[in-house]
Design a protein around this ligand. Sequence first.
Ligand code: HEM
Length: 306
Amino acid sequence: MQQGRTSPPSSSPTAQCPPTTDCLPLNGLGAAASGSEASRQLQKQEVNSHRLLTELSRMSSMLTFYLFYLLSLILGLACVGCVCVWNSRWRGGFDWDGSALEFNWHPVLMVTGLVVLYGYGAVLYRIPLTWGQNKLPWKLLHAALMLLSLILAIVGLCAVFDFHNTHKTSNMYSLHSWIGITAVALFAMQWVLGLAGFLLPCSPLTLRKLLKPVHVWLGCSILLLTVAACISGINEKLFFVLKANSSGAQPYNNLPPEAVLANTLGALIVAFGLVVLNILLNSNWQRPDSRPENMTYTPLLQEENE
Ligand code: HEM
């Protein structure tokens, strides 16, 4: 391109252009030079405006990310607030004595651990502020949040199994319990595989590359399953406890205040799940992968940390 613009004029000017001064060989050279300068300027302007547009779209993408991230934080806190108020104000509070008060730990720990903490942990890598930094501390924080989430979920399951066993109620009969136990089992498996694949120094790079898309897909699936478990659990609990009785309690279909709060909790959980999924599935918000294709495995503490 550059060559074309600066190439000398044809040896027979009269054959190709009218006899104006511009067509004289030397003047032609000058015109070509100033033309090439102008086109260089134009090119520069184009590059600058392209850079500006790219920067603007990057900034608007970041801004949208932070709006969604803030929304996820607020929705998560609202879920925890709602489930705590529901069980302390309407369900009598908490204890660990095999009674209904022990059961109350179940929804609180499941929502706090398996939904909210899990969701917060899942979107951690998407925060652009962390991108320029070493990945290892974020990896450890991700693993720690997920472990805490898993521990809360296991204690929450102990609460409901202990409650059922104390009252000689059969276990694992409902669709809710099937979906719930599947979510927890997959989550436990995901955590162990994640630890082995991404944190242990002996795991080869090829394994990490194979594991990464599976890890992301399974992570999203577990979130969907936990949201489904919560919705079915809330519904089940409301059908169990909100029945008309002689003391004047209102049934579920009268939509008493407790049902409004619990339904709201369900809606908040769905909204939280959707916002977190939207963050996880948006490719613009994925941490840029700086590792070269053929980079060989380096031990955990030295690696750039994929
Ligand atoms: C991710 C969240 C949840 C998971 C993984 C989960 C899991 C389970 C499991 C495995 C059981 C069976 C226990 C047994 O058979 O002894 C159970 C029971 C129960 N859960 Fe959940 N749960 C979750 C959230 C909730 C929530 C938010 C509520 C709302 C109150 C709830 C209400 C119940 C009720 C009423 C039972 C007893 C009836 C039944 O076995 O279906 N669960 N849950």
